[in-house]
Ligand binder design. Sequence first.
Ligand SMILES: *Cc1c(COP(=O)(O)O)cnc(C)c1O
Length: 372
Amino acid sequence: MVQYIDLKSQYARLKDRIDGNIAAVLDSGQYVLGQAVKDFETEIGEYLNVRHAIGVSNGTDAIIMALLGLELTPKDAVFVPSFTYVATAEAILMGNATPVFVDVDEKTFNIDLADLEARIEAVKKAGKLTPRAVIAVDLFGQPADYTALGELAAAHDLFVIADAAQSIGGKSGNRMIGSLADCTTTSFYPTKPLGCYGDGGMIFTDNDRLAEIYRSIRAHGEGEHRYDVVRLGMNARLDSIQAAVLSAKLQIFEDELDARERVARIYDAHLKDVVTIPARVPDSRSAWAQYTVQADDRDALRAHLAEDNLVSMVFYAKPMHLQKAYEAHGEGVGSVPVSERLADRVLSLPMNPYLSEEDVHRVCERILDFYK
Ligand SMILES: *Cc1c(COP(=O)(O)O)cnc(C)c1O
């Protein structure tokens, strides 16, 4: 059986370490935040070379917190790709601001900076909203172009949030994702490249003042003391057991990233003539949360794989500006065309560090068979 994501093999490999770490938390009597969370925050902060790593409840809350830190109002615009997971758009409304949907680059799946600039100008011209922030999503594991985005954001005085829920472990040049934006958020949901055994997330920044604000928001807006409430906050703390699991997994994470890259290379080599393989962002490393191709007759291909018990997934079948809950903030069909086209063409193939070469070849052969 080819596993789409294989958490059982990973647990078998790490069982002693994970069980030991969890037992230590149970013995400690500290179950929310506590020493295990502090230790993991230090370990991952050093790994990513970022000054502050703040453990939170999940990746969605991390984005909401990043926006609450800006004290926005519904008259403030936050730009976001339409081709993303719902959490990115949801967080903007939960953060009290208004989303403006932007298209993505057809090759990299990441925010299209020419389209972003056009939409910033359009918002300014319309005069109803004030552009305040942009959320870039490192979709499927590859970094957005934070150098060019940073310049565009500076020119328009926008705060840059990186939604790195799929890309922790990825790199841009020799810099790890985590310190490439004003604030970076991630998720440790079990199926993410670095996942725990429940919900978890993190918010990263090099800015001391912002870090203090995020730590306060994480605990109901506390100030100097626990019963001194200085801002609107949330209950957004990370559990100690989840942090203990993550500490164990972080130790083999680089090895797992190498294994994901090996899987991607086999897919690339075999599939490049029949589907559009994922374009590599130059001078970067993907965390390969997903290996996503663009395919003609996508749904029939998916059915052909399923007939042979091979699981594939569609991320994402409908862009945000066409979703019922968000359509009031969009301009309907045709308004974000690349996102709409990708929604009909993308297919994500089994991707995890524990796939054997034979597994990957089996998937490739089945796809080649479909286009024969
Ligand atoms: C998973 C994901 C999130 C949300 O993370 P949760 O921990 O599930 O809340 C946000 N953005 C993207 C791009 C994601 O893939």
